[in-house]
Design a binder for this molecule. Structure first.
Ligand SMILES: Nc1ncnc2c1ncn2[C@@H]1O[C@H](COP(=O)(O)OP(=O)(O)OP(=O)(O)O)[C@@H](O)[C@H]1O
Ligand SMILES: [Mg+2]
Length: 471
C-alpha cells in the first residue's frame, strides 16, 4: 500500500457517470482509483497493477462483470471483487456472491454504502496479503509402500487451464490410435511429458517407449542409431546391433527435436513411415516393425517447411495429430497448481517442509514471463525450497532473475512494502518520460503518445493516474 493512501481500487463501468461518481467519492475518502470504461482494457491491466479491490459493473460491452469475477477467481483469488448491479436484479447479485464476489452494490447507491463496502473489502485484501497461502499440508505423505516403482516414473501432467484441459482431451482421444503425433511448443513446456503420457495411455503402454534426440546425435550416427547395423557395416561395427526402431517394436518411438534431423535422414524416415520396413545399415534383410511415432519440436515445423529446411511430405506424415503446448505465461492460472505440485515433490526430495507462500510472492511467480517455461519454474522452486529457512516462501526467497526489480533499501524503508517501492520507482520513471515527451511536443498528447509508443488513450490514462494534469 502506498503511504498516505487507504488503498487502491480499480473501477470498471462503461458508464462514465458512474465511474466519475465512484472516483469522486473514493478520492475524497483517501483511496487511489484506477478507472476503466472499457472492460477489455481493464482486464488486461488486472494483475499487472497492484490493487486492493475491483469494483465492476455487471453488464458492459465486451467482457461483463461475471467474466471479470471469474478471471479474478482463477488468477487472483485473493483479490476481492465487488459487483455493481442495477436496482431490481437481485438474482444476478446473488449469483455473483455464489461465484465468489465479495459483495454487491445496487445502483443507485448511497455514498456511505459504497464506502462501507470498500473499506471492508480493502481491509480484507490487505489482511490477506499479510497471511501466507497454505499450499500443502505440513504432514509428510506416507511413504509409498511399493518401492519397486520409483516416484520419477509416476508421471502426471499438471494443469487446470482451458488450454491444458483441451490437451488432456486430445491425448485420451488419440492415445490408442496408431497415428503419428507432433508435439510442439517452446522449450520446457512439457513436450516429452506429453509424449510419454500418450504412450502410457495407449494400448502399447506395457511395450517399450524408446526415445532419440535428433539434435544430440551426430548426423553420421543417426542412421545406425535409428535402424541398427550389421557386423562389418563400417569400421568399428564388430557386432551387429538393433536400432531404436527395432527396440520400439509394438511400442512407441519418440523422436525429439525432429526439426534438427539432417535432410538425408528425413528421406529415410519418410520411407519407413510409408512402408513400415527398413534394413539395418550394411544389412540385406528387410525388417518389419509396428511402431507408433511421436515427434517433438520447439520450432514451428510448418515454418521450417516454408523455409526449405524440412521436407513437406515428411511434415504431413508426422503432423497427423498436432499438439501445441502453450507457453506458461499464456496459462498463468496453472502456476499456483504447479507451485503446489512442485512443493510437494521437492519437500519430499529435499527433506524440507515448506508448506506455504506469501501472496505477493505467488503473484511475482504468476507475473514472471518464464522463457524457460515449466522447467524454469521447476528449477526456480527447487532452489527456493532448498534455500528457504522457514516453512513459508517469501519475496526474499525468489531467485534474483525473478525479482521484478532489485530491492534497493527495502529494509531501511521499514513499513513500505516491496511492491510499493517498485510501483513508486516505476511511476517516477513513467512520470519523467511522459513529462519529457509532453515538453518536446508542446503538450500535444497525440504526438507525445506516438513518441512513447502508447495509444493516445493509454497515455491519457497514465497522465490521469500519475496526476500530471489536474482533473
Ligand atoms: N504440465 C506439467 N506438469 C508437471 N510437470 C511438468 C509439466 N510440464 C512440464 N513439466 C516438467 O517440466 C520439465 C520439462 O518438461 P519436458 O522435458 O517435457 O519439456 P520439453 O518441452 O520437452 O522441453 P525441451 O524443449 O527443453 O526439451 C520436466 O521436468 C517435466 O516433468
Ligand atoms: Mg524435451
Amino acid at each position: 500500500m502506498v503511504q498516505g493512501v487507504q488503498g487502491r481500487v480499480l473501477v470498471i463501468d462503461d458508464e462514465k457517470n458512474i465511474t466519475f461518481v465512484i472516483q469522486a467519492i473514493l478520492d475524497r475518502a483517501g483511496y487511489e482509483t484506477l478507472i476503466f470504461n472499457d472492460s477489455a482494457e481493464a482486464m488486461d491491466s488486472i494483475g499487472t497493477d497492484d490493487v486492493d479491490l475491483i469494483i465492476t459493473d455487471l453488464y458492459m460491452p465486451g467482457p461483463g462483470g461475471m467474466e471479470i469475477l471469474e478471471f479474478c477467481q482463477n488468477n487472483y483469488p485473493q483479490l476481492p471483487v465487488v459487483i455493481i448491479t442495477a436496482y431490481g436484479t437481485v438474482e444476478s447479485a446473488v449469483n455473483a456472491l455464489k461465484r465468489g464476489a465479495f459483495d454487491f452494490i445496487t445502483k443507485p447507491f448511497e455514498q456511505s454504502e459504497l464506502l462501507t463496502i470498500v473499506k471492508k473489502a480493502v481491509a480484507t485484501h490487505q489482511q490477506r496479503q499479510k497471511e501466507p497461502i497454505t499450499l500443502v499440508s505440513s504432514q509428510r505423505p506416507a511413504p509409498v509402500s511399493n518401492s519397486a516403482q520409483p516416484a520419477a516414473e509416476i508421471s502426471s501432467i499438471i494443469g487446470n487451464s482451458s488450454q491444458m484441459q483441451e490437451i488432456f482431451k486430445v491425448i485420451s482421444k488419440i492415445a490408442s490410435s496408431p497415428s503419428t503425433v507432433l508435439v510442439w511448443g517452446e522449450s520446457g513446456t512439457g513436450k516429452e511429458l506429453v509424449a510419454f503420457e500418450i504412450h502410457r495411455n495407449s494400448n502399447r503402454a506395457n511395450k517399450p517407449f524408446i526415445k532419440i534426440n535428433c539434435a544430440a546425435i551426430p548426423a553420421t550416427l543417426i542412421e545406425s542409431e535409428l535402424f541398427g547395423f550389421e557386423r562389418g557395416a563400417f569400421t568399428g561395427a564388430v557386432a551387429s546391433k538393433p536400432g531404436r526402431f527395432e527396440l520400439a517394436h509394438e511400442g512407441t518411438l519418440f523422436l525429439d527435436e525432429v526439426a534438427e534431423m539432417p535432410p538425408e535422414m528425413q528421406v529415410k524416415l519418410l520411407r519407413v513411415l510409408q512402408e513400415q520396413e527398413f534394413e539395418r545399415v550394411g544389412g540385406v534383410n528387410t525388417i518389419q516393425v509396428d511402431v507408433r511415432i511421436i515427434t517433438a519440436s520447439n520450432k514451428d515445423l510448418e515454418a521450417e517447411v516454408k523455409a526449405g529446411r524440412f521436407r513437406e511430405d515428411l511434415f504431413y506424415r508426422l503432423n497427423v495429430v498436432p499438439i501445441h503446448l502453450p507457453a506458461l505465461r499464456e496459462r498463468k492460472e496453472d502456476i499456483e497448481l504447479l507451485v503446489k505440485y512442485f512443493l510437494t515433490q521437492f519437500n519430499e526430495k529435499l527433506r524440507k517442509s515448506v508448506t506455504a507462500i506469501m501472496p505477493e510472492t505467488l503473484n511475482a511467480l504468476k507475473n514472471h514471463p518464464w522463457p524457460g517455461n515449466i522447467r524454469q519454474l521447476e528449477n526456480a522452486l527447487e532452489r527456493m525450497i532448498l534455500m528457504c529457512e522457514g516453512s513459508v516462501l517469501t519475496l526474499a526467497d525468489l531467485p534474483e532473475e525473478i525479482q521484478p526489480v532489485a530491492m534497493p533499501g527495502a529494509e531501511e524503508e521499514g513499513s513500505e512494502g516491496f511492491k510499493a517501492i517498485v510501483r513508486r520507482q516505476t511511476q517516477n520513471l513513467e512520470r519523467e518520460l511522459i513529462e519529457k515527451a509532453l515538453e518536446e511536443t508542446g503538450g500535444n498528447v497525440t504526438r507525445a503518445a506516438e513518441k512513447l509508443g502508447l495509444s493516445r488513450k493509454g497515455l491519457q490514462l497514465k497522465i490521469k493516474e500519475l496526476g500530471l494534469i489536474r482533473r
